[in-house]
Design a protein around this ligand. Sequence first.
Ligand SMILES: *Cc1c(COP(=O)(O)O)cnc(C)c1O
Length: 462
Amino acid sequence: MDYISTRGKIAPVGFIDGVLMGLADDGGLLVPKQIPQLSEATLNAWQQLSYPELALELFSLYVDGEIPREELKQLVDESYGTFRDDEVTPVRRVNNGLHILELFHGPTFAFKDIALQFLGNLYAYISKKHNSTIHILGATSGDTGASAIEGVRGKEGIRICILHPHGKVSKVQELQMTTVDDANVLNLSVDGNFDDCQRIIKELFADVNFKQQYHLRAINSINIARILAQTVYYFYAYFQLAKQGQGEKVNFSVPTGNFGDIFAGYMAKRMGLPINKLILATNENNILERFVTEGVYQPGEFRGTHSPSMDIQVASNFERYLYYLNGEDAGIVSGLMDDFKRDGRIVIAGEALRQVQADFAAYGVQNDECLSEISSCYKEYGYLLDPHTACGVAAAHRFTAEDEVTVALSTAHPAKFDEAIRILDIKQTAPAQIQALSDKPQFQTRVTGTNEAVSEQLVRFF
Ligand SMILES: *Cc1c(COP(=O)(O)O)cnc(C)c1O
C-alpha cells in the first residue's frame, strides 16, 4: 500500500518508509492512499477473533506484504503479550447505556502502550532488517515518554532519548521514565516547560544534516503506525457488544487532545465499522470542541487541568481529518495550513461544517465537572475513573440517546493521576508495579533548555 502526504508534495512511500519518515517531508502527515474497505462478511467473521488476531488482520491490510505474515504475527504477539489482561483491552459494562473500554493494561498504565509497544518492536525489527541503529528522539509531557521508553528499553539496534520538563511531569510519570536503567535510554530533564522541549526537538529534526547523520526517528502521535495500532480497539470493543446483541447503535466517547485517538476511531468508521456517533471529549483546552460547534480552529489560552495529557492547544493529528473533510484534496489542505500559519486560525463553514457536525459531537469538560464525574461514578457504580476518562464519561452522558450504547475509552489507570483523585478524598491502592517505583534509583541528566545543551548530550549518547 502506498502512503501519501496530506499536502501532496512527496512521492508515495511504502509502509516501512512511512513509519521511518514520521512527519511527511513536505510538512504534511502521511495517510494511506486508499483506506481499505471491509465487507459485512469480513466484519462478521472478525467478531470471533482475539485482540492479537484482530490486530494481525488489520495490520496486514496496511503493511501489505512488506513484512511476511509470520514475522508480523510475532511482532503483534510480542507487543500485546506484555499486557496484564488476557483480553488486552477489556470492555466493562457500567450500566445499560455505558461501557468502559479499558486501554490501560499495558506496562505504563496508560493507553499509549497500545501503539508504542508495537512501534518499539517494529523499530527493532526494521533496525535488524536494515542493519542500522535507530535513534529515537522525543519530547513528552509524561505518558508518551514513559510508554516509548518501555517499548524499546534493552532492545538491540535502538537508542532513545526523551526530553521532559524538569519538575513538571507527575511523580509516577517521572519515576516510570527515570527508573529505567537500560544503557540504550537517556532521560534529559530540561529546565523549562513542555513547549520548550517540543521546540528543541523540532529544531533538531529540522537540522537535516544532524537528522541524517544520527538517523533520528520520531515517536510522537503523528506516526502513521500509532494511528493504525489504535484502530484495533474500536473494532474489538464494537465486536464485544455486537456479540451480546448490542451492535445496533454504538457510540464511542474519546478523551482527546492531539486528535490522535479520535482520528483512529474515524478511520475505523471509514473502513466500514458501523459506529453510530463519535463523541470528542476535551477539557478546558477546548479548541476541538470550538471547531466542531463553531467551525473555527484557533488555539486559545493554555489552561492547566486535572487531565494534563490533554492540555494541548494545537492538535497535531487534526490535519489528517482536514484531508478527508476536504475530499482528499491535498491542495485545499495546503491552503488551509497556510491560512493557519498566516492568521493563526482555520475557518470552516456551510456544507463542510455540517459534515464536521455529522462526523462528531464534541464537549469540553470543565475542571469541576471532571471531578464530580469521578465522584458520582465512584459512588454509584464503585468504578474509579482517571480524570481523562472522566471527561469521556461526562461527554458520553451528554450525548447518549435513549436507544444507544456508548463505549467510553479509558485512557489511563486512576493510580497514574492520584493528584486529582486525592482532591476528592478517595483513597486508592496503587498497583504493585507503581508502588515499587519509588524504591528504585533514578537515572536522568538535567540540562538547560537550549539546543546546544541538548545536542551536546545527544552527540555523546548516540
Ligand atoms: C495521550 C493521552 C490522551 C490523549 O490522546 P490523543 O492522542 O491526544 O488523542 C488522553 N488520555 C491520556 C491518559 C493520554 O496519555
